[in-house]
Design a protein around this ligand. Sequence first.
Ligand code: DAT
Ligand code: MG
Length: 189
Amino acid sequence: MANGNFVSLFLDHANYQRTGHNGVSFARYVGAFHLLAPGHVMQQTLILLKPDAVQRHLIGSILQRFELKGLRLAALKLVQADRELAEKHYAVHKGKPFYESLLSFLTSGPAVAMVWEGREAVAVCRNLMGPTDGAKAGPGTIRGDHAISVQNNLIHGSDSPENAVSEIALWFDSRELVTYAAADSSWIG
Ligand code: DAT
Ligand code: MG
């Protein structure tokens, strides 16, 4: 498989952005990768460092795990989520006993919102995070190393490529996603 295909696709996408043809959806972008590079499907995923991670000074060390894994950072910002954003983000949990507490937690302070991109990025990030309950998460995972709570578990990661697309659209404007060729991509990919 020619790595050059990736590079030219990245550049094509960058050209679309430069020339203002932002109508190209990410789904079509992924589709192009399917077409040209079977077995090398690139994904994007939404990662949030939740308010406990910010307050506990863990932003840098958690972020570094994603960098060191070989994922590419496509977007990054500090966000004070309001109730409306939190409700949309956790809509799937509406009605559950922990729902109100979860919304209070997510809106209790700033969170770091990021989009990470790479091969199988959704599953790769979920594995880096570890399971939901910090007490059950294994050592070596973010939650396993730094969390002992179920709710205050430091990090959110999209759980499917489909949810990743809608969660990225919820937290980011498409113009905030930056496309560039990482200098080390031919060594990592
Ligand atoms: P994950 O964040 O691992 O995707 P989830 O989507 O099932 O987990 O739940 C979303 C968040 O809700 C989770 O990060 C923490 C909180 N949560 C889940 N189950 C809970 C429970 N039983 N009690 C309290 N909080 C819970
Ligand atoms: Mg979830």
